[in-house]
Write a protein that binds this ligand. Structure first.
Ligand code: FCB
Length: 443
């Protein structure tokens, strides 16, 4: 397959539907001399945390190549670009705006505006300033108020340049991967830490929503959550229950507080010391209305019941991407339909979807038909959910270009543009060309 197609009458085939590409600051920027250290710098410097022992010091050198990169984005004919702001680049340790950092983003936002590309800005894509981590990071309630101050200053500085603000990217990853199992920065462990961090992240989101709505009432303000739908290995009652528990633990934990103002009932089954520290009024702040929900989807997971724990996660089988995630597009439609049933949702934007593939560059071409196939199947899955009544307004490919894939370092390539990390040359892959072709042929 070399082309992407959708039924011509589909909402996704119209010009109203927003298509974009996404990146995140730490994964592409480099330019570390001009910003404060963040928890990922510290994490990368520890042995055995990153598979290829790499770090974000240079990454895609976007800090220096941003003009070329916007030219590249523009050449893909996308409607929108989702980027994240590096908190340690724009706020000093004493809490003031760092002019150099702010100007870096103002230039980008101005350039996007000139080219009629909508800016979808994420305020927190995991790069917590290290000085805040030194005071406890997301385990410290104070961090929520620091985030609110950051959101306040930066949204004032950006003025009307931003089409959409997301407070957080994937609080599940920050809380669970970063503070509960420790495979992401800052590498802390313990269920009590994971659940405490999750609550503070959600509180930070709610606090930031208040200031975003005040400073930037015309932008779409919301949050980006990731979902990995859970399936039972078979239809035995205990396995169905295990999968349901995992769903509440990994997925509903982050969305239910936003729309229902409470955590899933499984909270009662967790040991007392793992209950989040909920102050009076917190859940009202967390459930502040949002203008949109960002949904990130990559894969599903399968579970069964097990003695001595709430569930057992099975290793993925079937067709896998290069990062070992199962290709299961049906879960994307199932997810969107089930969220739509469970909650009173605002418009949805698919803020990330994509695949790591074992790309080979030959004669300056990357013929990633496997990735095109992934996109085709997942676009169809979104379309199916829309046909069945889900209100989806946009879709972003993860990622614009290959980049620092967190604990996997530079070994896993998610881009629709290939990056040669030695020369920093970018080459649009076949998937990028197919995406461009598809977008520009919309009615
Ligand atoms: C998501 C992250 C993004 C990227 C993709 C593959 O969880 O938001 O930064 O790493 O996974």
């Amino acid at each position: 397959m070399t082309k992407l197609t959708l039924p011509p009458q589909s909402k996704m085939s119209s010009n109203e539907f927003i298509y974009g590409v996404a990146t995140a600051a730490f994964q592409i920027e480099g330019g570390i001399a001009d910003r404060l250290p963040c928890i990922w710098d510290t994490f990368c410097a520890q042995p055995n945390k990153i598979v290829d022992s790499s770090n974000g010091d240079v990454a895609c050198d976007h800090y220096n190549k941003w003009q070329d990169d916007i030219e590249l984005i523009s050449s893909l004919d996308v409607d929108a670009y989702r980027l994240s702001i590096s908190w340690p680049r724009v706020i000093t340790e004493s809490g003031e705006l760092n002019e150099t950092g702010v100007n870096f983003y103002l230039n980008i936002l101005d350039e996007l505006q000139k080219r009629n590309i909508k800016a979808f800005v994420t305020l927190y894509h995991w790069d917590l300033p290290q000085h805040l981590e030194n005071k406890g990071g997301w385990l410290n309630r104070e961090t929520c108020y620091k985030f609110k101050e950051y959101a306040d200053l930066i949204s004032k500085a950006f003025g009307d340049r931003v089409y959409s603000y997301a407070t957080l990217n994937e609080p599940f990853c920050s809380a669970y991967l970063g503070y509960e199992v420790g495979v992401h920065a800052p590498g802390k462990t313990g269920r009590e830490n994971g659940k405490k961090a999750a609550h503070h992240l959600l509180l930070a989101h709610g606090l930031a929503m208040e200031v975003l709505n005040k400073n930037s009432p015309d932008s779409l303000n919301g949050i980006v959550l990731n979902f990995t739908p859970t399936y039972a290995v078979d239809d035995k009652a205990e396995n169905i229950e295990a999968a349901k528990f995992a769903d509440d633990y990994f997925n509903q934990w982050y969305i239910k507080p936003l729309f229902d103002g409470k955590y899933p009932d499984i909270l009662q089954q967790l040991p007392e010391n793992c209950h989040p520290d909920i102050h009076v009024g917190d859940m009202e702040i967390i459930s502040h209305p949002i203008d949109f929900l960002g949904v990130n989807f990559y894969t599903r997971l399968v579970y069964k019941a097990v003695e001595g724990d709430f569930f057992e996660e099975l290793s993925p089988t079937g067709q896998l991407t290069d990062i070992g995630w199962e290709i299961y597009p049906q879960a994307f439609s199932d997810l969107l339909l089930s969220l739509n049933k469970l909650y009173d949702l605002p418009p949805i934007y698919i803020t990330e979807n994509g695949a790591a593939m074992a790309d080979k560059i030959v004669n300056n071409e990357v013929n990633d038909i496997d990735r095109i196939d992934y996109y085709q199947q997942h676009l169809l899955a979104v379309n199916e959910a829309i046909v069945q009544g889900v209100d989806v307004h946009g879709y972003f490919a993860w990622s614009l270009m290959d980049n620092f894939e967190w604990a996997e370092g530079y070994l896993k390539r998610f881009g629709i543009v290939y990056v040669d990390y030695q020369s920093q040359v970018r080459t649009i892959k076949a998937s990028g060309l197919a995406y461009k072709d598809f977008i520009s042929n919309r009615k």
